[in-house]
Write a protein that binds this ligand. Structure first.
Ligand code: GDP
Ligand code: MN
Length: 353
């Protein structure tokens, strides 16, 4: 079921080039899209920082609406101090309990024992209960939140991230015109200790539902041996521009439910990044995934900064292309998740410096 295993497949597709399609630069053809922000009240100033840059670099031109989500009520202060940063509509929602709690098949004492065990091993967020609810919500529920149901596309925005280039066109319209399902900026390796049984569970699901695996999939991104093992590569999901209806489709819903039943969100610490990435890699086609090279983005400790000269000599960007994650990563000995080769954006870099 694993399909094509040739690397060249990543380099062949042609896009409606944003540099050539003028309609992408006007905000009269807005798409049914939303900025999604899952955030806590005490992250007000971190999210204000992200929003300020997000608005200045892009959204002040398009005014896409925001939906803020929280597992508890947002304070009046939070609402005032975020809505004041944008002309766009802002909505604030509480997450329904069943999307942020234990399903009845989870043994909560076992889950607590596993958290202590992972904490003592120093696994990142290994001891955190809320982090697990967050990852499960982002994996299986955000796209079903009542405030998001009216929308087709979203851009996920987190606190304390930076945008280092102007983006003059509408990436949602770009997604729609190219029939894209998923866009990313950074791909990297997951910590294996957070997902010891994830791949085994994925393989069982796929065996039961072989019809869900796309012919033209990107298994090569997530496995180096045709699907026997997971190579830990994933799209970094703190940034996502994607199609909500992909997550709402029955293959993904059934996939999530299957993973959820296995308990790995609680007994291990499965992140929404590997869960999303594996689903995208298996259930979509490579031609429907896009690397947004032109969106310069930083979420500590990594950043993506476009390396082509045109982004810098024009004054569009302020990041250092020498600090670009993909390049520093490939120059070191650690293995590179080559998802950025999915760039099909034809032009090869005229590198700076
Ligand atoms: P990291 O990026 O993996 O280090 O994790 P973050 O702490 O940034 O969490 C990911 C996203 O979920 C961020 O947008 C956080 O604001 C949000 N988040 C994490 N935990 C909670 C929580 O308990 N409640 C709410 N409302 N948001 C959370
Ligand atoms: Mn974060």
């Amino acid at each position: 079921f694993y399909g094509n295993t040739s690397r060249e497949v990543f380099l062949t597709k042609e896009w409606i080039d944003p540099r050539k399609d003028k309609s992408l630069y006007q905000n009269i053809t807005r798409v049914n899209a939303v900025i999604v922000v899952l955030v806590r009240n005490n992250e007000l100033y971190q999210i204000r920082s992200s929003m300020r840059q997000f608005e200045d670099r892009w959204n002040k031109k398009f005014n896409y609406p925001y939906v803020f989500l929280n597992d508890e009520e947002f304070t009046e202060e939070f609402k005032t101090f975020t809505s004041s940063l944008t002309k766009a509509k802002t909505q604030y929602g509480v997450i329904p309990k069943q999307m942020w709690s234990y399903p009845q098949w989870i043994d909560q004492e076992e889950a607590a024992r596993k958290r202590r065990e992972m904490e003592s091993k120093g696994i990142i967020y290994g001891g955190s209960e809320s982090y697990r609810h967050m990852c499960r919500f982002n994996s299986g529920f955000f796209f079903l939140h009542p405030l998001l149901l009216p929308f087709d596309y979203y851009w996920r925005l987190e606190p304390s991230v930076d945008f280092m280039c102007d983006l003059d066109y509408d990436p949602f319209l770009f997604m729609q015109k190219n029939k894209l399902l998923y866009g990313f900026t950074i791909s990297l390796l997951e910590f294996e200790a957070t997902i010891p049984t994830l791949w085994k569970t994925v393989k069982k699901f796929v065996k039961e539902h072989p019809q869900y695996v796309s012919k033209d999939n990107i298994m090569d991104f997530i496995s180096d041996d045709g699907g026997k093992t997971y190579n830990l590569c994933h799209f970094w999901s703190n940034f996502e521009i994607a199609d909500l209806n992909f997550w709402r489709s029955s293959p993904y819903r059934e996939f999530f439910n299957y993973l959820d039943k296995s308990g790995g969100f609680f007994y291990e610490r499965w992140g929404d990044a590997p869960v999303h990435s594996i689903a995208v890699a298996l259930f979509t086609q490579k031609s429907r995934v896009h690397f947004f090279n032109d969106i310069a983005y930083r979420h500590a400790p990594y950043a993506h900064c476009p390396e082509e000269r045109e982004y810098h000599d024009t004054g569009r960007c302020h990041c250092n292309p020498g600090n670009n994650f993909e390049s520093s990563y490939s120059q070191s000995n650690s293995s590179l998740c080559f998802a950025n080769e999915i760039i099909l954006d034809t032009k090869l870099p005229d590198r700076v410096g």
